[in-house]
Design a protein around this ligand. Structure first.
Ligand SMILES: *Cc1c(COP(=O)(O)O)cnc(C)c1O
Length: 447
């Protein structure tokens, strides 16, 4: 790695990403808007701020309503600015279709809503975002959907997930990079196991971004992201995306009759047969967005499109700074342990090398010495880092999970998820790494 701040070699991912043979950096600038706006010549994608769209006549309207012809009806369902963002995400994730919704939480809720019915069951890693954990553990129970949590840090991970699968299991859910301790899972092996049972694998790829890892290339059926994080990247807008690989065998699985049978609430459509390659996203749009309505604002889509243009540049710098910070912390006398898969003694180091040739993990944790008070004193003493409940901002962030993001969990749940009273989570930003380390250093001195 060079000393000036960037890698010696440009990170061009292996192999072309789109049918034109363009690589990630090109796709993130052009996908979804191949030509300037046909109406005005505008180079930036316009914000189509309108609730509804005029039909040529009643027959044309009927065709669009019945999904016989593409076209916009109402911005709860589709909107041109949202569509440009969705097409760009699909291209970057290597997906056959994608849908944008109002937040990462909505992306997760809608995915579960699309895959389950009362009486069903899901399996999830327990090393996940605190909000998702609460939804699976508490809210879903009130809908009569049960969740079995598996600790992926225990030996025999894939077999442990397999043991949890039942006849009524409708998905296996994991995060590419676990929350908050940056643990990793063998996604290829997990996907193979899931498919042998006809169960889809859903991966929350928020912490990796498609620049560093594309779950769909490794067998996952759905890749979900909170666009609020690296995709937006500047802590400005909330958004969520769901990308599908279009290959899951809904009919063969036998677990999802509502994806296959004619839908009486939507012109008798069979999503699996009538929307090949996009069955999952089409059903979310036609049924779930129609009924529940957490659509993304076109203004947010516009902001997210702009942010995507710099995704690889930002993520490269996040990763570079993180590597320097992890080196610094892992040698510091006031630090008990750093949880990061780049470290050779990490149990996930081999997976890290296999899955992340360009590095990853600018959100990670460490244990400070000096107990709970030491950890809080450290967090309170940082000057440049912001103490707040977000991650993946351009600015460096810190939080004490036990008293904030994961505070709704019981002591046992916390420990099972690898969170101790001394755990500090950092989200390393894009400031100059010397200034980041200087701030961490002065705060560690206060312990
Ligand atoms: C933030 C986050 C979510 C929730 O996304 P919102 O956009 O805040 O609703 C889900 N998963 C992960 C991994 C997250 O970091």
């Amino acid at each position: 790695m060079s000393e000036i701040g960037f890698r010696d070699e440009v990170n061009v991912p292996e192999g072309p990403l789109n049918p034109q043979g363009q690589a990630f950096e090109t796709v993130m600038l052009h996908a979804g808007q191949e030509t300037p706006d046909p109406a005005t010549g505008a180079r930036a994608f316009p914000i189509y701020m309108t609730t509804s769209f005029v039909f040529d006549d009643c027959d044309a309207a009927a065709d669009v309503f019945a999904l016989r012809k593409p076209g916009n009806i109402y911005s709860r369902l589709t909107n041109p600015t949202n569509e440009a963002f969705e097409r760009r995400i699909a291209a970057l994730e290597g997906a056959s279709a994608a849908i944008a919704v109002a937040s990462g939480a909505a992306a997760i809720t809608y995915t579960v809503e699309n895959l389950t019915r009362a009486g069903d069951h899901i399996v999830s890693a327990n090393t996940i975002y605190g909000g998702t954990y609460n939804y699976f553990e508490h809210t879903l129970k009130s809908h009569d959907v049960d969740c079995t949590f598996v600790d992926p840090t225990q030996p025999g991970t894939i077999a442990n997930f397999e043991k949890a699968i039942r006849d009524n299991t409708k998905m296996v859910f994991v995060e590419t990079i676990g929350n908050p301790n940056a643990n990793l899972i063998d996604i290829d092996a997990l996907a193979e196991m899931c498919h042998s049972h006809g169960v889809p694998l859903v991966v929350d790829n928020t912490f990796a971004t498609p620049y560093l890892f594309r779950p769909l290339d490794h067998g996952a059926d759905l890749s979900i992201e909170s666009a609020t994080k690296f995709i937006g990247g500047h802590g400005l807008v909330l958004g969520g995306v769901i990308a599908e690989n279009g290959k899951f065998d809904w009919e063969g699985s036998g677990r999802f009759p509502w994806m296959v049978d004619p839908d009486p609430s939507y012109h008798g459509i069979s999503f699996a047969r009538d929307a090949p390659g996009a069955a999952f996203c089409t059903r979310i749009r036609a049924i779930i967005l129609r009924d529940m309505g957490a659509c993304l604002s076109p203004v947010s889509s516009f902001a997210l499109l702009q942010s995507l243009e710099t995704l690889s540049l930002r993520v490269e710098r996040h990763v570079y700074n993180t590597e320097k910070v992890v080196e610094f912390l892992s040698k510091h006398p006031k630090v008990e342990v750093v949880h990061h898969p780049m470290l050779e003694d990490s149990p996930d180091h081999a997976l890290y090398q296999r899955y992340f040739p360009n590095g990853a993990g600018s959100i990670f944790t460490f244990e400070a010495k000096g107990g709970r008070d030491g950890a809080k004193r450290f967090a309170d003493s940082l000057k440049m880092f912001s103490l707040l409940a977000n991650v993946a901002d351009m600015k460096s962030l810190v939080i004490h999970p036990a008293s904030t993001t994961h505070s709704q969990m019981t002591e046992e749940e916390l420990l099972a998820s690898g969170i101790k009273p001394t755990t500090i989570r950092l989200s390393i930003g894009c400031e100059n790494v010397r200034d980041i380390i200087a701030d961490l250093s002065q705060a560690l001195d206060k312990i």
